[in-house]
Design a protein around this ligand. Sequence first.
Ligand code: BES
Ligand code: MN
Ligand code: ZN
Length: 506
Amino acid sequence: MNIKLSFNDKNFATREAVVVGVYTKNVELKGKGKDKSKKKTELVFHHWPKDMTEAFHKVKTSKNFKGGQGDSCEFNLPSGATIVALGLGDKEKFTTEILRRETASIFKQFKKRCEELAFDLDTLLIHNMEQTISICAEAIWLADYSFETHVSKKAENTLKSTVFMSSQTKAKEKKIELLLKNTQVLCESINLARDWVNEPPNILNSEEYAKRIEQDAKNIPGVKVKVLGKEELKKENMGMFLAVNAGSAYKPQLVHLTYSPKKATKHVAFVGKGLTFDTGGYCLKPSTSIANMKFDMAGSATVYAAFRTLALARVPVKITCVLGITDNAINAMAIKPDSIVTARNGKTVEILNTDAEGRLVLGDCLDYVCDLEPDAIIDAATLTGACLVALGSEICGLMGNNQKLMDKLLSSAKACDEYMWQLPIIPEFHKDMKSPIADLKNIGSKGYGGTSKAAAFLEAFVKKNIPWAHLDIAGVADNQSHLPYTPKHGASGLIVRTLVNYVENV
Ligand code: BES
Ligand code: MN
Ligand code: ZN
């Protein structure tokens, strides 16, 4: 979707359709007796031209428009232009997330209704023009996504372009154009990640996935890609990663990407879980839980999308991105419960549940990136169903070994309006992950606290002096139907924005 900027422009009459924000405010009505402090909600027409406010009030149905979030009221100017009064609720309570959601909703409503939709930014302003533009653009480009790769008849939309108009002068145009360009790269990266997560497992197997990443990364200036296959993983002594891949028809693939700008003084490493399908292995998932396990590679797609965005934006930070890619399948060679394997760091692990496979792949990948001595490691994984039990499907779980790093991630999540909540790793959880017959076991003894215990397991593969944070995206990676800028079903693309914000401010 094309977004055009039009500054010094308040010329609604010549447009086809313009979205214009309307707020509400509570006013006290001074009455007598019982009615002493009656409250009334009034509409606030902030930055509306006078003649347009008059046109609005002339429309008889406009009296039913309350201006609440999600309300809208359409009317026409004598020129034929459609004005969409978009309710944004109480002006005092207006937030960036309200703007993002409302922009996405109204955009989707008009995709089949006009050819050009304009947004009057003066009436939608939050904080400043830059932020308003990047939020509205984000909302539009993210809401515009649909996964249609495998449908023969693609949806037909009439909408060709959107226009951001503002009465502001052109003074900051160059800066704003760059901002818009970066937002576009971010949204394209998120949509690419969504495509990969949505792709079915018979098509996106480990080898195909690694190929697509390599192909995409080739087009990012200054990025190096290395793919380690089965033989290389053997040489690396990645016994846990190889154990998960043992029952697969496809090679394991460790994709190692490096973006190393000259000016960099800091080095951040991303690690992502890339299970192209998780059957559970011999601890086979029942049919209700196996469904949709193609999404078990969302962690890898998430960190790759952040890496891609940052590298294309030439952010002056060195970034390593390591993706552990395989499926968890069953054949005669597949790893059996009770097996003991040796991890890359030398620790022995009793695999009591073949469905707790993500931590095995990630553990070896974490040890591998520790050798590169980054200043911080952040991993993302659809690691535990328990995360949905603990936090619900709308919140990303955060754990780690360094409070400073976790606080930074929490504030990045807040700045991006993404939900993230920290869970503790206590010494008892580490103890629970010890095996009587090996150094570790891959599941806890008691059924509770599964998300933190998985993190406790991962921590055993991180060098103590390296700050590390673990993001459990099992809930947020798909089906975020409450968000108008994510598809109702399938990959959400959430958490990419938080990771990008973190590195931009590192
Ligand atoms: N990929 C799953 C986690 C998952 C489950 C994500 C459901 C989203 C929804 C992971 O590999 C897994 O199977 N975890 C097990 C761990 C258990 C065996 C300790 C789980 O959560 O049931
Ligand atoms: Mn599993
Ligand atoms: Zn899994």
